[in-house]
Design a protein around this ligand. Structure first.
Ligand SMILES: O=C(O)[C@H](O)[C@@H](O)[C@H](O)[C@H](O)COP(=O)(O)O
Length: 238
């Protein structure tokens, strides 16, 4: 399995380089097809990248931003990825982009996922860019190793665009883009920082038996070799 590893001296240098690459891909998509679609992840790592990307000069009105995954919470919640993206990415030049969230105020996460499935399925697919994070348990998007429906989540041949997730380690129910949707993105970029996550990823890539960490399944099924962006944690001793 091929993946391109890129290392940066700091999180800010990584954020600027990733923003440059993503902006180029979005511009290329607009030039080729008139539109661009990007899926981004939540968590504590992305904000410097979001802020850098929000200032890139491109035809943002032709760009649709969606989420790789979402907690089953309304956008007013501090746990909401839609809120994180609105506050950090959909600002400055990028304020003109369209946004398709995954959360819907329905009776359960299954009903919300069906609505999100239709909305994401109506986008001009495949994704041009999918920017993923990773947890120290090897999850990415909301493919949690302890998810009740992990086999369905990791199925590279499924026909859903968005799936519900129930996983004890996920705090609340989740909504996630499906494996085929993420793996068929024209660019899959994995953004991770810190020595712990580097060790987790290296172990996942070296593992040759037993249940594979979800991040390994994604990298193995990515149609275009994934680009891995790594930097030490900002408070790391030089
Ligand atoms: O909703 C989420 O939390 C993310 O989409 C999730 O998959 C995230 O990328 C990892 O959990 C890493 O999170 P950190 O960046 O906070 O380590």
């Amino acid at each position: 399995m091929k993946a391109e590893w890129q290392e940066f001296a700091s999180g800010q240098k990584l954020a600027d380089a990733l923003a440059d690459t993503v902006a180029e891909r979005l511009e290329g998509a607009i030039a080729a097809r008139g539109t661009a679609v990007i899926a981004v992840s939540g968590g504590s790592t992305p904000p410097p990248f979001f802020k850098a990307l929000s200032r890139r000069k491109l035809n943002w009105a032709r760009v649709t931003v969606t989420l790789a995954d979402e907690r089953f919470v309304p956008s007013q919640s501090g746990r909401s990825n839609a809120r994180l993206v609105t506050q950090n990415l959909l600002q400055n030049d990028a304020a003109r982009a369209g946004f398709i969230g995954l959360y819907h105020n329905r009776e359960d996460v299954e009903a919300a996922a069906e609505m999100a499935d239709r909305a994401v399925g109506a986008l001009p697919l495949p994704l041009d860019v999918a920017v993923l994070g990773m947890g120290t348990d090897g999850h990415t998007a909301s493919f949690f190793p302890d998810a009740e429906n992990l086999d369905e989540l990791l199925d590279p041949a499924g026909d859903r665009h968005v799936l519900p997730v129930h996983a004890p380690s996920a705090v609340e129910p989740r909504l996630t883009l499906s494996m085929p949707l993420i793996c068929n993105a024209r660019l899959v970029a994995l953004h991770i920082e810190g020595a712990d996550k580097r060790k987790v990823l290296e172990a996942a890539l070296a593992q040759d038996e037993g249940p594979m960490p979800p991040i390994r399944t994604v990298l193995e099924n990515a149609v275009s070799p994934a680009h891995i962006y790594w930097a030490p944690k900002k408070d790391a001793k030089p």
